[in-house]
Design a protein around this ligand. Structure first.
Ligand SMILES: Nc1ncnc2c1ncn2[C@@H]1O[C@H](COP(=O)(O)OP(=O)(O)OP(=O)(O)O)[C@@H](O)[C@H]1O
Ligand SMILES: [Mg+2]
Length: 284
């Protein structure tokens, strides 16, 4: 079942000379993890802003084509052009590239409660959802903490928790680990894996750590200059190594090495991880 359908989408920011999205078409299926790769300025964040209607409602410009969001619970379809952001946000939760820009309350708890209060939920339901969001994001015990005092990983998990509490069907994460050290990154990526496994949530993930996308995504789109230039399963995308290199999309070392070995006919399969690479080499 499709949850998002993007059809011939083009967008140019007001006063910008060039289009930031050009004839973009693709679908997102319920329950999948769609990875988005592409160099800086290729349009990844702009695309994310179209899923919950921030573009074209709050950020205006020349917009053509359609983004259709389908609520899997009711089967109803919403064209983002004709649907307010407040409605779309109950289906599509967007965590922005810079989590700090999304945190402005005095405590962790208030931060999570904020969006819920705007949904008009009763007090008990709000409390239940706060507890749940704190638990899944591993922030229990930090309820009264002042968000700016949290670590980078905790801030990013809080930004995700605040969106999750709204129980969106689709979670859109724009570089959720960009400002994190490897420990913080593992925390956030671990949370995303858990949400998919235990809650069947659909995830759209922009992430410049290509290795993670290639290991965990069901499908990947690669953008360049506002267009989709590759789309496929991770195994198909990594075959296009020349395209990725040209774009400056950095492959993990295990893939770079295994490409070289495969090119020389020494191994048959590309290795996504160091463990895979080691077992390929051992079987030589
Ligand atoms: N508010 C804006 N006004 C005008 N142009 C913008 C605006 N935001 C982004 N752009 C332009 O749109 C294009 C796509 O930008 P976008 O931020 O979507 O890229 P990105 O792929 O997310 O890059 P990054 O990897 O650096 O986050 C760029 O050329 C950028 O300069
Ligand atoms: Mg971006």
């Amino acid at each position: 079942m499709k949850v998002i359908t993007v059809e011939d989408l083009s967008f140019r920011y007001r006063r910008a000379v060039n289009y930031s999205l050009r004839d973009v078409s693709f679908e997102v299926k319920k329950g999948e993890l769609l990875g988005i790769l592409g160099p800086s300025g290729s349009g990844k964040s702009t695309l994310c802003l179209t899923f919950n209607g921030i573009i074209p409602h709050s950020i205006k410009g020349d917009f053509s084509g359609d983004v259709i969001v389908r609520d899997p619970k009711t089967g109803e379809e919403y064209n983002t052009k004709e649907t307010p952001v407040a409605k779309l946000s109950t289906i599509v939760g967007l965590v922005l590239q810079n989590p700090e820009s999304q945190l402005f309350n005095m405590t962790v708890e208030d931060e999570i409660a904020f969006g819920l209060e705007n949904l008009g939920l009763d007090r008990n339901e709000i409390m239940r959802r706060i507890m749940w969001a704190l638990e899944v994001s591993g922030l229990e015990g930090l309820e009264k903490e002042f968000p700016p005092n949290l670590s980078g990983g905790q801030k990013q998990r809080l930004a995700i928790a605040a969106i999750l509490a709204m129980k969106p069907e689709v979670l859109v994460l724009d570089e959720p680990t960009s400002q994190l050290d490897p420990v913080g990154r593992e925390e956030v990526l671990g949370l995303i894996s858990l949400l998919r496994k235990e809650h069947g949530i659909t995830v759209i993930l922009v992430e410049h750590h290509t290795g993670y996308i290639l290991r965990f995504a069901d499908r990947v789109i690669v953008m360049d200059g506002g267009r989709i230039i590759l789309e496929g399963k991770p195994g198909e995308i990594v075959e296009e190594v020349e395209v990725l290199r040209r774009l400056g999309v950095k492959l993990p070392p295990s893939l770079e090495i295994s490409h070289e070995l495969k090119r020389r006919g020494l191994i048959k399969r590309l290795a996504f991880t160091e463990e895979d690479l080691l077992s390929e080499i051992k079987s030589l």
